[in-house]
Design a protein around this ligand. Structure first.
Ligand SMILES: NC(=O)c1ccc[n+]([C@@H]2O[C@H](COP(=O)([O-])OP(=O)(O)OC[C@H]3O[C@@H](n4cnc5c(N)ncnc54)[C@H](O)[C@@H]3O)[C@@H](O)[C@H]2O)c1
Length: 322
């Protein structure tokens, strides 16, 4: 098993690669280390991974078919786990072109490389955002996903249908995984947990969109990683080897309750600024995880209080806060 993980310097990529390396398997990681958020975080993640002798890293952009293809060919990669993307819903309202480049053109290169090298399994990241403004919960894999609210969601939905065509034409085994609001140590600075923690510590007010009425199926990063890992050798054996799975926690929480856990863990109250619903945002997510449970035995293990405490412990240690 020779594994390539794209988005290796990213939040989920980092945790996934650590898990694979801890199983004594080799991993090649690629990332362009872009400056969507603080690159020190990305560099520190890569430096941590480089402590493992089984890890090698290449700084490459997804648009570089030739270099990527050379790496896959030379290293006889047979599993690609594609996590590199321009993430974030709100940023996609202002900068859709970045999403077009990384998520559509970049994904096309990943499909071509997987096909050209007869990769045994391509697993790629999709998102709960593909469900759009659904009114029926929990969200099932076969629910309607053709009415995205943001261009980010549109690019991820496009990835799913692009992958289907390659599974159909070339029999390329493709598995799309729809993640539900991932949180945990070494997380992303553009996401609620990081922003709330940082602002509370620095006595700044936090912005509560939709007056804090959002409901999110917050999922701890180790559970997401377990879900991806459980799928590595489980490519579809159907005539069209194509599957989609939700990877979530299955228990949505109110954003205001999430904030309360953060305050409790920091032992400090927040100052809040309530704002209306942002264009592109969905109001609620709630995953049905039965499909993955039946397929691989997936069971999320981390409850939200413990998950938040682990993040805050990491945050204080990383930023040297007493
Ligand atoms: N974190 C979540 O809650 C969440 C939820 C749903 C889906 N996802 C998806 O999961 C994947 C991983 O997300 P994450 O939270 O780790 O995000 P992240 O931004 O931390 O990681 C993505 C990485 O991809 C790299 N990248 C972006 N464009 C690239 C390009 N053109 N070439 C090479 N590298 C590039 C970035 O530098 C970054 O390190 C993404 O595809 C994201 O859309 C994440």
């Amino acid at each position: 098993m020779k594994i390539l993980v794209t988005g290796a310097a990213g939040f989920i990529g980092y945790h996934l690669i650590k898990k694979i390396l801890n199983k004594n398997k080799k991993v090649i990681g690629i990332d362009n280390i872009n400056s969507y958020y603080d690159t020190n975080l990305k560099k520190d993640r890569i430096n941590n991974l480089k402590k493992y002798k089984n890890f090698s890293f290449f700084k490459i952009d997804l648009s570089n078919y030739k270099k990527l293809n050379d790496i896959v060919k030379k290293n006889k990669i047979n599993i690609i786990i594609h996590l590199a993307a321009q993430a974030g819903v709100r940023y996609s309202i202002k900068y859709p072109r970045t999403y077009f480049k990384s998520n559509l053109e970049g994904f096309f290169n990943i499909l071509e490389i997987s096909k050209d090298n007869k990769v045994k399994h391509l697993i790629y990241a999709s998102t709960s955002s593909v469900y759009g403004d659904s009114k029926k919960f929990p969200l099932n894999e076969n629910d309607r996903t053709d009415q995205p609210l943001s261009f980010y969601a549109a690019t991820k939905k496009s990835n799913e249908v692009m992958a289907h065509s390659y599974s159909h034409i070339y029999k390329l085994p493709c598995t799309g995984v729809r993640f539900f609001t991932v949180y945990g140590p070494f997380g992303r600075p553009d996401m609620a947990l990081f922003k709330f923690t940082k602002n509370i510590i620095n006595n700044h007010s936090i912005e509560l969109f939709n007056n804090g009425k959002h409901l999110r199926d917050f999922t701890y990063v180790d559970d997401i990683v377990d879900g991806i890992y459980s799928l590595i050798n489980k490519q579809s054996k159907k005539t069209i080897p194509y599957e989609i799975f939700n990877i979530g926690n299955g228990t949505p929480k109110k954003l205001l309750d999430y904030l309360k856990y953060i305050e409790k863990s920091l032992n400090k109250k927040s100052k809040t600024k309530r704002l209306p619903l942002q264009v592109g945002d969905v109001v609620k997510t709630h995953s049905n995880i039965n499909k993955l449970r039946k397929y691989t035995g997936y069971r999320p293990k981390t409850n939200i209080k413990i998950g938040i405490e682990k993040f805050i412990e990491w945050y204080k240690d990383y930023y040297k806060i007493n």
